[in-house]
Design a protein around this ligand. Sequence first.
Ligand code: SF4
Length: 398
Amino acid sequence: MKLQFSSVSPRVACTPEEWNDWRWQFRMSLKSEEDFGRYFSLAPEEVQGFHSQKNIFRAQTTPYYASLADQKNPFDPIRLILMPRVEETQSLHQEMLDPLGERKPENHPRERLIHRYSDRVLFLLTDLCSVYCRYCTRKHFTANDHAFVRNNDYLQALDYIRTHSGIREVILSGGDPLTISDSHLERVLSDLRTIEHVEIIRIHTRMPVVAPMRISEDLCRIIKKHKPVYLITHFNHPREVTVESAMAVEKLVDHGVPVLNQMVLLNGVNNHAAIVQALSRRLLYVRVKPYYMFQCDPSLGSDHLRTSIEESLRIQRELWGHVSGLAMPTYIVDIPEGGGKAALTPNFLTGHQGSVHRFKGWDGVEAEYHSPSDTRPPMDLESYQDEWNELKNSKASL
Ligand code: SF4
């Protein structure tokens, strides 16, 4: 079957120049019940969602992204991502404002910095996004109109990174870091590149999905100039991979920027192996590597969008053997309270006795693997210790 990438037609009166200008998309964002009501015939659950969502998480989307969602069907997958619903106020299971424990003082050494893993920090440049995804895990920070980090906090964050030589990766996140201007982004990337131990910069953004016109030649040149910069985007559904978004990510790849995708498994949106498979195939086709498939965090107001871990594992098992390793995202559960990422894989091991392990493969083939005997002469591990320590502490450079 041929992969179909459809083009998005504006559902609003505007010129092509306006439509293709990300700042126009941002200015014309749908924010109120009235705005959304002009695009969609709102269901009672959505109207109630608007009336009750003010205290939880505000709604906003670009006209472009709104045009991807069905106008009439309130259970359209993209509509479920962008539209508040009354279920957001009905807490039935576990719900947390900060499921990843990012606000804990030990994980939050400076304003806008989250330092959870020894070799990388998350730098929250802005709290603004072009869409407020109903399942967002960072509702404790996002959409509060703090905008770009204040200069003093910015300098303190840089100073922290500079004085912690173990930090090799800086992840620019938010909010969405590509809602800031090219000149601000250029400044951030240049400042980070003055810190010798920062090897990798990552930009985590939904812009290629919700406002692909943001990915301009100028932006690609800025990102390329500060390489190695990885861009991690966030497609959840194959319908989000449009001609426009495909062109945006291909532009980045053509400029030598590696692009990977993180998706979240969401009830009613993509919780079927066929949907994940179609998404992965499309992404791979436009040279985006499916990277993570996240279990939805128990974020406040997202209960109705979550799948059970059993269901997620079932989806992953169904994919195994049917998509190539390149197209297979790693299934991740972020352990609540800041416990870190746990990768779960299907268990193909059916038992073992001594050095003999028994397996049943994805298509039912059963076989044994015999480990080498313990009586082999051991490697002289100690003689390699100095070399290994040197390798571990060495800086990656050309
Ligand atoms: S784009 Fe990311 S940070 Fe913004 S609302 Fe969506 S999930 Fe949250």
